[in-house]
Design a protein around this ligand. Structure first.
Ligand SMILES: *Cc1c(COP(=O)(O)O)cnc(C)c1O
Length: 477
């Protein structure tokens, strides 16, 4: 944790120290290639933020393609190496819900990753991108019969089942299609991890998966059906996790069940989910993926050794850690407004900086109170560091983009502001709230920029309004 210096701003949280230079780009928070040009403009993937804003408008979500590719490849290599040390092997699935387009899916294939999907739309994107069906995993607590039929018909690799009803549904569809569907059983290990802490309970009160007790019966049913084949257990303990303790505890609990299941047949796989944390601010200190892979796999290997069972093939499903840090969003400042805030012995000032996007392009601050980091992107500022809150243009006071940050106090209308680590769960969770068109996503690499997801236009928004377009017919959903 960052210590609180005497000069701390009275409205700043303990983790946010007043920086010496409010133009610096903290390691891990910004994409690997991010730096400032001679004139102070932010450069990422060899492209200047000013050029990107001019060409694509703002807001624009910028993905450092090489950084995504490197993260994917590094993750794969880390788990390959960690399991190989114990004579085993690993599979890495990219959690497509973090952000998925056909290009992103192909980057994952190039890096040797598989792809996880959790809806018809994600499935169709992966298939249309050319991801071989057998390299796709299908998640969700309420997959429809239509979705399952499409997935099984396409020859999907694994379906992660979440309920008794779903087992029967898959069994019937696979039988009708003459298939034998490989399935994993999702369990609630009772371990829920969030950042540095994990909570371990006997039973978890949440919608996903089977309890460890119920799972045994579910596996027996899957094994009894001719049209389903049991592959292994699955457990995902949460997101934005920094240590290995939660994974270790969860793996120990799940392996106890895994061992019991071996009495009834082969259990070739164990999927421990995703959730590796990233640095949204400099207070976050993610360990290198190699250290996490070694720590988790060593824990699984020693648990297996203690039980006298072979280590299964291990699977992991990172989303955020593969794509989150490689993205940033560039906005234009429209207004600034100093606000005096009462504190015990007087008042302190917070500078509100309003930008041309907000909760429609990144809902995480409003939804989870998520923290982010921001910097001037069109230039380096000359002013002293001012405590700011970057806010959006939506009609909600909770429409926060960056809750707590220091920017040079000469930040002004027309400046570009970049928000770091927006590659995961921002475009993916975006909306049209206030009828705001969703921004484009642009991949940058070697100074070249290309749109991988086009921005919406006002025409796109009006096109759905049947009062304006009465001839509209419903397409396939
Ligand atoms: C969300 C999710 C993931 C990915 O989580 P990240 O935090 O993005 O790594 C993996 N597996 C399951 C089942 C999930 O729901």
């Amino acid at each position: 944790m960052v210590s609180v210096p005497d000069t701390a701003h009275p409205l700043a949280p303990a983790w946010l120290a007043t920086p010496g230079d409010a133009n610096d780009l903290a390691d891990l928070v910004w994409p690997a290639s991010a730096h400032r040009a001679g004139d102070g403009a932010l450069v990422v993937g060899g492209a200047r933020a000013t050029d990107l804003a001019e060409r694509f408008g703002t807001p624009v979500l910028v993905l450092d393609e090489q950084d995504v590719r490197d993260r994917a490849a590094r993750t794969r290599a880390a788990f390959d190496a960690a399991t190989a040390r114990h004579g085993g092997s690993a599979r890495v699935y990219y959690a497509g819900k973090a952000f998925l387009t056909s290009e992103v899916a192909r980057w994952m294939l190039d890096a040797g990753l598989n792809v996880d999907v959790c809806s018809r739309g994600e499935l169709e994107t992966a298939l249309a991108a050319g991801v071989p069906a057998e390299r796709i995993g299908f998640h969700g607590n309420n997959k429809s019969a239509g979705e399952l039929e499409r997935a099984i018909g396409a020859g999907i690799g694994t379906i992660i089942v979440d309920s008794d009803i779903e087992i029967e549904r898959i069994g019937a569809i696979a039988e009708r299609l003459g298939a034998c569907q490989r399935v994993l059983v999702r369990v609630r290990s009772g371990v829920h991890a969030d950042t540095h802490e994990f909570l371990a309970t006997a039973h978890e009160d949440q919608k996903f998966g089977f309890s460890l007790d119920e799972a045994e019966r579910a596996v027996a049913r899957i094994r009894a059906l001719a049209s389903t084949s049991f592959v292994g257990l699955h457990c995902h303990i949460g997101s934005q996790i920094f240590g290995v303790d939660g994974f270790r505890e969860s793996a120990a609990r799940v392996l106890a069940l895994h061992e019991r299941l071996l009495a009834g047949g082969d259990v070739p796989l164990l999927n421990l989910g995703g959730g590796f944390g990233i640095a949204y601010t400099r207070a976050d200190d993610p360990a290198p993926i190699e250290d996490l892979a070694d720590g988790i796999v060593d824990a699984v290997a020693s648990e297996c050794a203690a039980r006298g069972i072979a280590m299964p093939t291990l699977a992991f499903e990172p989303g955020r850690s593969v794509i989150g840090p490689a993205g940033l969003t560039v906005y234009t400042v429209g207004t600034t407004k100093p606000v005096a805030v009462e504190i015990p012995d007087g008042s302190a000032q917070r500078l509100y900086v309003a930008v041309d996007g907000g909760m429609s392009d990144n809902v995480r601050p409003a939804l989870y109170g998520a923290q982010y980091s921001a910097r001037l992107a069109s230039r380096a500022g000359d002013g002293a560091p001012a405590l700011v809150r970057v806010v959006g243009m939506h009609c909600e006071s909770g429409d926060v983009v960056v809750d707590h940050e220091f920017l040079p106090d000469d930040v002004a209308p027309g400046d570009l502001v970049a928000v770091a680590s927006t590659g995961a769960y921002s475009a993916a969770m975006s909306s049209n709230y206030n009828h705001v068109p969703r921004p484009p996503v642009v991949a940058v690499r070697g100074g070249e920029a290309r749109v991988i997801l086009r921005g919406e236009t006002i025409d796109d928004l009006l096109a759905r309004d049947t009062g304006l377009h009465p001839a509209h017919t419903e397409g396939e959903r």
